[in-house]
Design a binder for this molecule. Structure first.
Ligand code: GCW
Length: 725
């Protein structure tokens, strides 16, 4: 196996017998940091149980599993392990499936493995030939790899390794990162540098980072990677690029990761020489069939396509008066013989349509339920507008019973402070997954739509828009790594709690020391709510800066597209603020189940965190706190910013308990976050004050700048959009 930078740095620590402090903690190692365990008693306990490996017959996937375990054990425990083909003494870790390992076969574990599918695993403490050992097994080799990573996580988080009997299997089948990476290496909404994919040097040069990317994904169960932006470029489907894609697929394959691409709907015209891309045209269908057959000659296990069509200027079937189902099914038919799938995005809206943007995807897709081929999933963002700090769940969840729906979350923090704000997103993901759609009565949670259990769909998926770039620490902000980690963990099991995921990540990434774990957990778990308060409290949404979406921009109006302005969403006027989505307004609420309509439709019962999403509310309305809406809004903005000070204080108290490099980096970033929180607070309060005409409540510090100052700020080179050079 190639020695990647990550593997090299682990080895270096071991070879030189140095502690972690001797190398720069630049975040490159993510949560796969295998530094010597500080707790000597724990180390001794583990070392008494683990001495060597038994791998009877190897394969590329078993080889990476064994390599990873050797590295982890060498690093964490200082163990030099060797691999044998038989059990000789106690302390073996036996790796394999019944097909690769007669020893494992002799244990007759069929009953245990029966329910674990192709990717689940079983870890058990047992005896073979009278010797104590730990068996990591599965139906398929990739399950063994996932089991190996799970076992490593047990050690990293200092769980007991005695008397193990653990069975885990993923609840969702396709657990996929969506990279919005362009072929010129810019990353749409990317805040961690440029694209990892070095297209120019591929296929001949394989950046060692691709291996570490695959290791990190496999460690949390991610099994797919869409390499290209949904705003796609047809060039990726040409032969030279397919050879590059094949080289990456070869790297990822042993790690259980399939590659997917985005399909530009007009590709038959752009690179195929046809005059139309009409999905009912025989020549167009034939072109896609041939193209897809060609892709499979390069990548025999190619996963399929993600498609953004007829949205934000992308071409699609509606250009030819065909439906989204016509478009998706054409690709699905050509992919089906190869077991490929289509993930057709429901993120569609059009400024020319005189309808609340929040309603448009449902209006478009709900009537198509039952019209998609069986290898199509409709990919739906968590909320009906666009990855805002808080949105209600998307009304399409539960509304298309005959269609597999896959979730699209955004890991890259387009609307949540980009790479300067510490925001742990698991609580946002969970809020959506745990929402009750009432589609089949109480308890019809969004996660049951996603894991297929609500309607018995075998095809299931969860997509995360990646926050990864070529920054040394992968994600820009050190804590943004936790969002990649959480996505993988929740795609594997959507019922895990935000707290347990944070606990794992902190222990693996920072420290097992109790005060570090509890302080960081508090900060992480509170961070999303704090961000909502200083950006978009009480259900406000889409009031960020123009185009780059950096910072506040509640004043944005009078642009060519109304649905890209802030005024469209907050609807502030002298009477009040908020978007009336009840029957009196756009009736977007009518797209939800009656139980939800009833609760959210009345001003009295609507949870305050969604108040201005669903209602236009008078500035004087009394809130639960007893304050008027205006005063409450101000208080929340101030509380949000003040809470960032609390985050800073909590972090600063960890000086000396986390490594100096990352301590200093996060400290600086939190100081930026505070400045940005005050900037959001002041901008929004001053701007909304022009409508409420009320004083900022006594006791709150007055903004030190004017509204026109904030309005004048320009960021022509903000990251995440195509540079203008
Ligand atoms: O969130 C918006 C982004 C666009 C993005 C679009 C989408 C890839 O601002 O940059 O385009 O959503 O999800 O298609």
């Amino acid at each position: 196996m190639t020695l990647t930078p990550l593997l090299r740095s682990v080895l270096l620590v071991i070879l030189l017998g140095m502690g972690a402090s001797a190398i720069a903690e630049d975040g490159y190692r993510l949560w796969l940091r295998y530094d010597l365990m500080q707790d000597a008693a724990k180390r001794k306990e583990y070392s008494s149980l683990i001495k060597y490996f038994v791998v009877e017959k190897t394969s590329p996937t078993l080889e990476v599993a064994e390599k990873e375990l050797s590295l982890a054990l060498a690093g964490l425990l200082g163990l030099k392990t060797s691999s044998t083909k038989d059990v000789q003494e106690s302390g073996a870790i036996v790796l394999g499936t019944s097909d690769t390992s007669p020893l494992i076969k002799s244990l007759n574990l069929q009953e245990k493995l029966k329910t674990l599918g192709d990717e689940g695993f079983y870890i058990v403490s047992t005896t073979i030939k009278g010797k104590k050992c730990i068996v990591i097994t599965a139906n398929k080799e990739v399950g063994v790899l996932y089991g190996a990573f799970h076992f490593i996580r047990l050690l990293q988080t200092q769980h007991s390794a005695q008397n193990l009997s653990l069975q885990h299997a993923p609840q969702v089948k396709h657990r996929i990162l969506n990279h919005w990476d362009n072929l010129d290496r810019t990353v749409e909404r990317g805040y961690a540098g440029f694209s990892l994919w070095d297209w120019h040097k591929l296929p001949d040069y394989i950046d060692p980072r691709y291996f570490d990317y695959a290791r990190a994904n496999a460690s949390v169960g991610i099994n797919g990677s869409v390499l290209t932006n949904v705003n796609s470029n047809a060039q990726i489907l040409t032969e030279p690029y397919l050879r590059k894609v094949a080289a990456m697929a070869n790297v990822f394959r042993p790690y259980g990761i399939k590659v997917y691409l985005t399909a530009r709907f007009s590709a038959p015209v752009e690179i195929g020489g046809l005059t139309t891309a009409d999905p009912t045209d025989a020549a167009v269908r034939e072109w896609w069939k041939k193209k897809i057959d060609e892709i499979y000659t390069h990548v025999p296990d190619f996963g399929g396509f993600v498609v953004k069509a007829n949205s934000e200027g992308q071409p699609g079937p509606q250009n030819y008066k065909r439906t989204h189902a016509d478009g998706a099914n054409m690709l699905a038919d050509a992919l089906a013989p190869h077991n490929g799938i289509v993930m057709w995005r429901a993120f569609v809206y059009d400024n020319a349509v005189p309808e609340d943007r929040a309603k448009q995807a449902y209006n478009e897709f709900k009537p198509l339920d039952g019209k998609f081929k069986s290898n199509v999933m409709v990919q739906v963002k968590n909320g009906p507008i666009d990855f805002q700090p808080r949105e209600p769940f998307h009304p399409l969840f539960g509304a298309m019973p005959q269609t597999p729906i896959n979730m699209e979350f955004q890991l890259t923090q387009e609307y949540l402070g980009q790479a300067t704000n510490l925001v742990y997103l698991a609580p946002l993901f969970k809020e959506c997954l745990d929402s009750d759609t009432y589609a089949k009565g109480k308890g019809s949670y969004v996660y049951k739509v996603i894991d297929g259990s609500l309607e018995n769909h075998p095809l299931t998926g969860m997509a995360g828009v990646a926050n990864i770039g070529n920054d040394r620490n992968w994600c820009g902000h050190p804590f943004a790594q936790s969002n990649w980690f959480s996505f993988g963990r929740l795609a594997w099991d959507p019922t895990l709690s935000s707290e347990s995921i944070a606990d794992e990540w902190i222990r693996m990434t920072y420290s097992n020391q109790q005060d570090v774990v509890s302080t960081l957990k508090q900060v992480m778990l509170a961070s999303r709510e704090i961000t909502v308060r200083y950006m978009t409290p009480l259900g406000l949404h889409h009031i960020m800066g123009w185009d780059h979406h950096y910072g506040p921009g509640p004043w944005i109006k009078d642009k060519p597209r109304a649905d890209w302005t802030s005024a469209y969403y907050h609807k502030a006027d002298e009477a009040g603020i908020g978007f009336d989505r009840t029957k009196r307004g756009s009736d977007a609420l009518g797209q939800y189940a009656p139980e939800i309509q009833q609760k959210y439709g009345s001003l009295e019962n609507c949870p305050e965190e969604y108040l201005l999403w669903f209602h236009h509310v008078s500035w004087d309305r009394k809130m639960k706190s007893g304050r008027t809406l205006w005063d409450e809004l101000c208080h929340l903005y101030y509380q949000g910013a003040d809470s960032v000070k609390w985050m800073e204080k909590s972090w600063n108290a960890l000086e000396g308990k986390v490594d100096a490099d990352r301590f200093a980096q996060v400290k600086s970033l939190l100081a930026i976050q505070y400045k940005e929180a005050v900037w959001w607070r002041n901008s929004c309060v001053l701007y909304f004050q022009t409508f409420s005409k009320k004083e900022i409540p006594a006791g709150l510090e007055m903004p030190d700048r004017t509204l026109s100052y904030y309005e004048s700020l320009q960021f022509p080179f903000a990251p995440g959009i195509r540079p203008k050079w």
